[in-house]
Design a protein around this ligand. Structure first.
Ligand code: AHM
Ligand code: MG
Length: 332
């Protein structure tokens, strides 16, 4: 199926049969609440300075990073938007140290990066919301941080909404990836692509090149070979893109292939990377794997990593399979 623009998100959830089974009603309720909130957020983001949304909030988050006003607004909107979901047991956000208990008594856990790409807010470049849904292992026990510490393989759903020239969502329920675009007049997300697949090979990579001198040898080797182009060992010219919003860079990878990297670097040797495993790497890895690509931290599949901390960081290399296989080989 492709370009079925008359299927809205609610209808998609009602009719989809991931791995042959209907989407559980509780998961439908939760995803609809998340996506409705993202639609509200999309309208707020589009107003920017007109409603005083740009600039720093003058506060720091649990990661020690400066929060933008929109980081906080997006976080509050999402909490408010899902609070009443009966199917939800608790939520965790990149912006908050501890998980938040909710009114619901269900067994789903929601994790999100409310506004990814914060450094791009004030310069009117694409930003987005990333979300991941897990199932609480013991639904009856009181909520604890440890309930969230499950590997990416436990995700029941994951996705993002990118606020760009269009507001577009990518979603996986564990059986492929689909994309929707928001009709801003009717406020409906309409199906635009099913299935979404990532080409196995590519000539495009994305990395913050200003950090090159700090990278480990395997990443440096990979990028140097890309830069050598047609006369080097790769025998082809590569193009480079770096939006500095993971959500927008991964959207490009899902749309036309490519490699996205945010690797470990030697400035903070004890920090595995910049990006967060639970709010960024796991949901994006689920999407990328489900679209036929691959996602590693260098040596291992990110989806297989066992988290030990809600806010833990990880090195990320994801995208077209042939390139990720090559990167993994260089790390062996
Ligand atoms: P954020 O969650 O505070 O926005 O930080 C994560 C972002 C990613 O979206 C992006 O890939 C990366 O940070 C950009 O980093 P850099 O500024 O080093 O290019
Ligand atoms: Mg982020």
């Amino acid at each position: 199926m492709s370009n079925s623009h008359n299927i809205n998100f609610r209808r998609y959830l009602e009719t989809a049969k991931p791995k042959g089974s209907a989407v559980p009603a509780g998961l439908q309720e939760l995803l609809l609440a998340v996506v409705d909130t993202c639609s509200t957020l999309s309208h707020e983001v589009a107003q920017g300075a007109l409603i005083g949304l740009l600039g720093s909030a003058g506060t720091g988050n649990v990661q020690g990073e400066v929060q933008q006003k929109l980081d906080i607004i997006a976080n509050d909107l999402l909490i408010e938007g899902v609070q009443a979901c009966k199917s939800l047991a608790g939520l965790a956000s990149e912006e908050m140290e501890l998980p938040v208990p909710v009114q619901g008594s269900g067994d789903y856990l929601l994790l999100f990066d409310p506004l990814d790409g914060s450094s791009n807010i004030d310069v009117n470049v694409s930003i987005g919301t990333i979300f991941s849904v897990l199932k609480k292992q013991d639904p009856k026990a009181p909520l604890e941080t440890a309930d969230f510490l499950l590997s990416g393989r436990h995700q029941a759903a994951a996705g993002y909404v990118v606020y760009g020239p269009q507001t577009t969502m990518a979603l996986t329920l564990g059986d492929g990836v689909v994309m929707f675009t928001l009709n801003k007049v009717t406020d409906e997300f309409l199906l635009i692509k099913d299935p979404v697949t990532i080409s196995q090979s590519t000539k495009e990579f994305a990395i913050n090149m200003s950090n090159m001198r700090h990278w480990a040898d395997p990443v440096r080797r990979y990028v140097e070979e890309c830069l050598a182009g047609i006369s080097g060992t790769r025998g082809k010219d590569f193009n480079m893109r770096w939006i500095a919003s993971m959500v927008a860079d991964v959207h490009r990878v899902l749309s036309r292939g490519g490699v996205f990297m945010y690797p470990w670097d030697q400035r903070e040797p004890n920090k595995p990377g910049k990006l967060r495993l639970m709010y960024e790497a796991n949901p994006m890895s689920f999407l990328v794997e489900q679209a036929g690509g691959a996602s590693i931290n260098g040596t291992d599949l990110i989806m297989d990593l066992e988290p030990t901390d809600l806010h833990e960081r990880v090195s990320v290399m994801l995208g077209s399979k042939e390139e990720i296989d090559r990167l993994q080989l260089y790390h062996a």
